[in-house]
Design a protein around this ligand. Structure first.
Ligand code: TRP
Length: 453
């Protein structure tokens, strides 16, 4: 049935375009901003190891499942789930998985846009030479003053949301595709450059040790959950972003190979960010667990003190903003696609409404860094609460549902036909991972966190 069906929203022009877009979605603030700071907060090596295991054994199989389901369903995740459930003669309540994904997308984007706004502001700070010759204390002061100002944060958050919605409004081909084409290589080169600087700090070994020497005494149930949640977050899994991108994928593309490629590049960027940042942290006597400000308090030190740092600083933050943009568009795309399909809105109208909603939600994050910084729910600021709810709960639950659906609900001949793997063993291995390993892992981690095991 779906063989002849195309998405009403258009299609990627090639396999390469899909790889670019999906990698663009995966690589973002999660790799460069979030990965280093949560690694710092969770004690380093052991956390990194758990994260890597989760990427390989849970992330990659679920990425394959999500892409495959999207391509077969050819619509927004909500409608795709409904179509696929009907095709498998299963309960149509499966579409609630799509709804949870849309909710998670709004919530994530609401804070993502605020942090991307920080990165945008830092482009200008770099340009006006605010980092030049500054020491660690001055750079920290700069950051603290900046986030203390709701007006400035709102300004940059607004700008970033506008940019996101403009790109999304232009549609699959002209908007999404063009935005990702030049970004990845540039970002990669700059990361290598920063690693080069990290080598000169005198604390390179210490940084590497922190990242790669696992100290299991630092691991708790909650940090395992954070590592697993981050594997979903960094690969854009569990909420339908990859599913909706999969729905724009031409039929003749090997899904499994592309998933490996995307997960591989995503992991490399995150590790490079860690290798660049921790030596700077140790060399300057900074706090590894200093939280969401970590890269904004470390990288400017490098730019302020290295040759050519003025230019590299500008370039780096520009690239970071672009990396964030290619991710943020995928966070809102499932909602926009659904509004177009079901509510008869034009893409532009859908963008206005969903953008406005996200912008409003984002104010919660803005204020949790200043005027509401003492306001805590379950001991967490609004920003931390939204992050915990999405990355640690909604994405793993979404991923669990996707794995169960692809493994147990979909008919084997349909998934086989859609995946077209070159080897039967490859298919069997994938099937085993989505049927047993991925769901069991998510389930066990949850049981552990609530204290059952
Ligand atoms: N993966 C992106 C990052 O690491 C963020 C992101 C984009 C995302 N789309 C997503 C996270 C969908 C979860 C779900 O920056």
């Amino acid at each position: 049935m779906t063989d002849t069906k195309k998405s009403i929203h258009g299609e990627w022009s090639s396999r390469f375009a899909f790889i670019l877009a999906a990698t663009g979605s995966a690589v973002g603030l999660g790799n460069i901003w979030k990965f280093p700071y949560i690694t710092g907060e969770n004690g380093g090596g052991a956390f990194v190891l758990v994260y890597l295991l989760c990427v390989v054994f849970i992330g990659v199989p679920i990425m394959i499942a999500e892409t495959m389901m999207g391509r077969r369903g050819r619509q927004s995740p909500i409608n795709t789930m409904e179509t696929l459930a009907a095709e498998a003669e299963a309960d149509t309540n499966w579409h609630y998985l799509g709804w949870m994904g849309v909710a998670a997308g709004f919530l994530i984007l609401s804070y993502y846009s605020v942090i991307a706004g920080w990165a945008s502001a830092y482009v200008f700070k770099a340009f006006f030479g605010s980092f030049s010759g500054a020491d660690a204390a001055e750079i920290k002061g700069l950051f603290d003053n900046f986030v203390a100002s709701p007006v400035q944060l709102i300004f940059w958050h607004t700008l970033f949301m506008l940019a996101t919605m403009l790109i999304v409004a232009r549609g699959v081909k002209s908007g999404l595709e063009r935005a990702v084409r030049f970004l990845m290589p540039g970002l990669f080169v700059l990361m290598i450059l920063l690693v080069g600087y990290a080598m000169t700090t005198g604390a390179y070994d210490q940084g590497l040790k922190f990242l790669f020497n696992p100290d299991f005494s630092k691991i708790t149930g909650d940090s395992v959950l954070t590592a697993m949640g981050h594997a979903f977050f960094t690969l854009s899994l569990g909420m339908g972003a990859i599913m909706v991108y999969g729905s724009y994928l031409p039929k003749d593309v090997s899904i499994a190979k592309t998933a490996f490629l995307i997960a591989g590049s995503d992991t490399v960027v995150a590790l490079l960010a860690g290798i660049a940042i921790f030596p700077i942290v140790f060399a300057n006597g900074l706090e590894v667990g200093s939280g969401p400000g970590l890269i904004f308090q470390t990288l400017p030190i490098a730019f302020g003190n290295m040759t050519g740092g003025w230019l590299f600083g500008i370039l780096f933050f520009v690239m970071l903003v672009f990396a964030a943009l290619t991710s943020s568009i995928s966070l809102i795309e499932p909602a926009v696609a659904w509004l177009v399909e079901n509510k008869g809105l034009s893409r532009e109208q859908a963008c206005v409404w969903s953008g406005l909603a996200t912008w409003l939600l984002g104010l919660g994050t803005v204020f949790s860094f200043n005027i509401w910084s003492d306001f805590k729910v379950f001991d967490r600021s609004i920003f931390h609460l939204v992050d915990y709810l999405t990355a640690n709960l909604m994405l793993p639950i979404g991923g669990f549902g996707i794995a169960m659906f692809a493994g147990w609900v979909m008919k084997q001949r349909h998934s086989e036909q859609e995946l077209q793997m070159s080897s039967a063993e490859g298919y069997q291995l994938w099937k085993f991972l989505v049927c047993y390993i991925a769901p069991a892992a998510v389930f066990l981690v949850f049981l552990n966190v609530v204290g059952v095991i």
